[in-house]
Write a protein that binds this ligand. Sequence first.
Ligand code: COA
Ligand code: AMP
Length: 633
Amino acid sequence: MSRYHEVYEGWQKDPERFWGEAARGIDWYKPWDKVFAKVDGLDRWFVGAECNTCHNCIDRHIDDGRGDQAALIYDSPVTNQVKTFTYNELRDEVAAFAAVLQDCGVAKGDRVICYMPMIPEAAIAMLACARIGAIHSVVFGGFAPKELATRVNDATPKVIVSASCGIEPGRVVAYKPLLDEAIEISEHKPDRCIVLQRPMEEAAMTDGRDLDWAEQVATAKSEGRAAECVPVAATDPLYILYTSGTTGIPKGVVRDNGGHMVALKWTMKNIYDINPGEAYWAASDVGWVVGHSYIVYAPLLHGCTTVLFEGKPIGTPDAGTFWRVIADHKVVSLFTAPTAFRAIRKEDPKGEFIGKYDLSHFRTLFLAGERADPDTLQWAEDMLKVPVIDHWWQTETGWSIAANPLGLGQLPVVHGSPTVAMPGYDIHVLDDEGGPVADGEIGAICVKLPLPPSCLPTLWKNDARFKESYLEAFPGYYETADAGYKDENGYVYIMARTDDIINVAGHRLSTGGMEEVLASHPDVAECAVIGIADQLKGQIPAGFIVLNSGVDRSSGDIEREVVQLVRAKIGPVAAFKIALTVPRLPKTRSGKILRGTMRKIADGEDWNMPATIDDPAILDEITEALTSAGIGS
Ligand code: COA
Ligand code: AMP
């Protein structure tokens, strides 16, 4: 019998008591005055308390006798390296790097951007910021300089931490030139850049600005300089993580220190059923929220061993890599995106690699980041013979809104549903007017306010955009921007986004942002980008362009140019490879582009002629363009 219902009801009856009890799992320098309070119109948790996230992730475990236990295992098939850091070693690295940051003038409340590949120094930099109360903002390495520059301008960092290069299968990605270009085009300039030189491609350093990571850390260590943990308010920001919004300008999701620790620590036992001392692996990237929460913070808060993997599910070197990592490091639980499993399944449909490794200690597979298609779920269950748990969450929340809480006792798995609302989340499905819809009917999925600890209190320096983006459409509720339904057992089903966000290989991207790039091409008069179904990545973007009248260049050339433009302005992560020239875009009589109908045509789904369409013939032109590109039907 699962204790879920009892625990959920306990939270419903007295949320403050529930979270106050959960907060006992954390060390505080000063207790809170109030578990929950409104401060300056924003919902805040553990108001008045003081704490330090790095202390709770590292030092407290050393005090508890875990100093010699592995804290972080860096496993990098792309560089043939495996390196383990014990809690003692991790503390030494973090404290030394935190001292280097202090040398650069970084103090409590200052921002530090980390533009790093999947190397241990990325986690070390994040924890070093946490140690001294600085606010980190990690930018995913697959973003282009312009995206980085946007974040530099918004976060105004004192220091940017980076590495000379990242490694993608078959190519070395030089990060430093991208960083230099971003700083060149940004209005805000950091005082310093600290660059980790990797032997695969060393970077040219800029005099007076750039510092060498290894040299700085070695000097700090030889001089015996190690930064102590600085107490911060529970409500002070730990980090800013930018995520795609409905325009090209990303949203700076703010995460606080206290509530974040309390919620994440709670999830490790209650949702993931992990015990301190066990090895836990989130195969994601530190640039995404999953990487923040479940590569770095939650496993360390819980005294686990976390795995930081620099590689891909396939091709590094083969579709057995995941099983090799699980076997080598005695991983009990893996968390990744369904797309990784689709990739593995395509290469190894019979799961032959699985049999080559000892996975007897492996207990659970968790999936999130995109809809887990039942086919992939079934395959993973058949092959691994462990529970496969889908759970649903967002950058904004930092942990799952709906899950199957294994630590409370597993609930029946229903393929297609990430199961039920977690304590803290009162999920409602609403119609356009904000009224409730019946069970089984699709609507906007909303969460009754207040949101639980760890969820964003606001957007960085933009309370107005926070309120407008999330709170205004449905007063009294947080709008998740996901559409779906609940069944009579309270199971939720996440079906689609209600905005222009698409999900490409578990990466959240704005089609609006891509349209802005397409529209910037001098020959493009109008454009639309939609997400179309893709067997591997779930969705991929497809762009439709209408050329300016009088353009006599080849449309093929222009299509190639816009593809290149998206890669240059947003980055390879956008996976924007389809651009189609069409004579016109289908619109309603009021001028709204019929993106939904275009998507249905591209995906070969049934569609009805929209009653408000301006000229039905345009949809034939769209169908023709898609058919000639081999897409649709
Ligand atoms: N730095 C530079 N470039 C990067 C990058 C990084 N950190 N990460 C990705 N890219 C590039 C890739 O090289 C690729 O470039 P290409 O167009 O030249 O091939 C592009 O961005 C798209 O990357 P990706 O989405 O990773 O696609 P892929 O085809 O290389 O791999 C998967 C597909 C399914 C194997 C991959 O997406 C994956 O491992 N997903 C796992 C799940 C995951 O990490 N989800 C994140 C949220 S949980
Ligand atoms: P991100 O903020 O990048 O984590 O993306 C969040 C979005 O990914 C959500 O709003 C959903 O649209 C989608 N998503 C995440 N997890 C799931 C899931 N388990 N099922 C369906 N969609 C999901």
